[in-house]
Design a binder for this molecule. Sequence first.
Ligand SMILES: Cc1cc2nc3c(=O)[nH]c(=O)nc-3n(C[C@H](O)[C@H](O)[C@H](O)COP(=O)(O)OP(=O)(O)OC[C@H]3O[C@@H](n4cnc5c(N)ncnc54)[C@H](O)[C@@H]3O)c2cc1C
Length: 345
Amino acid sequence: MDTVLVLLHAESDGTLSTPAFEAVEAAARTSAETKSAGFAVGVIGATTQPALDAVAASGASRFFAAEHPELAQSRYASDAAAAEAVCRASGASLIIAPMTSRWARALPGVAHRLGGQIDTHVTGAGVAGGVVSVNRWFYRQRMEGVLTRAKRPWIILIDPGAVSAWAGPAGSASAEHVAVEIGPALTRTRVAGIEAPPAEQQTIRPDAELLFVAGAGWTKKQADGHVHSAEAEALILDFLRASRASLGSSKSLVDLSGEGHSVLQFMSHLNQVGQTGSTPRHPKGLAACCHGEEPHVVGWRFITERRAINLDPNCGWARGKADVLYVADAFAIMKKVNDLLAGGR
Ligand SMILES: Cc1cc2nc3c(=O)[nH]c(=O)nc-3n(C[C@H](O)[C@H](O)[C@H](O)COP(=O)(O)OP(=O)(O)OC[C@H]3O[C@@H](n4cnc5c(N)ncnc54)[C@H](O)[C@@H]3O)c2cc1C
């Protein structure tokens, strides 16, 4: 019988992120389905008590904490040492953790040190006939595989957004503190500072309810024979500010900058959705001035409700790829939408 540990890292204020609560939900379900004697929660960080208390009522029977001031920042050497110590203390054979950049960097090395194996980008875990299996997408999200492993310990990193987050009342957890030695050799790498765009310029928002995709049509000649890139930028940015939507792009639009065409300044290849771009997860998506070709729409695999605005009634979205297609001028529609969001008429 497997013993389950959900392994988390606390944020700088000691709390947990949404992906951490999702991993707790995945661990609670797997523990129940394997009829394990209960699962354990392990948290590393500079301060761990707020995180432990937040999941005190999750059904876990044991709690482990590795605390050290050096764990305030993400760093492979110290994170791996702390994670290894918690895994060994728990004796768990199945270790479920959120697929954060911090764990994606540290836990493959931990799996090696423990003599176990790891699977990253897991989108679901289940049990059939008493055997634990995980789901994972291959070949740019085109094929889904279900795999099991005999090797233990088995570390499973759950992709953010793949499982609903555990939601329960906070309580009071009493943790077993795991000693972790973090000497100078483990702290040679230091975070000197974080350079990030201001929040309002940060256009990729994985937690947003809505994905707004802009296509190359925004930079093409319009009915009056002219391009209106400045107007397009203003309309899109106003909409993002008011809706807090996440911004996606077609490949054609982000490629234009390399060809010296008129471009939207805030768009980069990081925004690209599709076969050679990202596959974001949002409940709703709205595409405007994007044709909806297959290599683009394949990136919408996890968008539940899809709408598109296009002048062309024969565009790709019209062929079963969108739930609703507005055959209309996106400039006019988005102006009206922005007016409505601003409280106008
Ligand atoms: C191997 C390979 C991989 C690829 N990977 C990707 C990928 O990952 N992601 C991706 O996006 N593409 C990818 N592509 C490219 C993809 O096939 C399309 O070429 C691309 O998605 C087209 O982008 P677009 O719809 O923005 O531009 P266009 O095809 O130029 O379409 C612009 C659209 O805007 C509409 N339009 C113009 N003005 C307005 C207006 N005022 N109001 C409303 N609509 C308007 C037009 O009717 C038109 O449909 C890939 C292609 C290949 C071969």
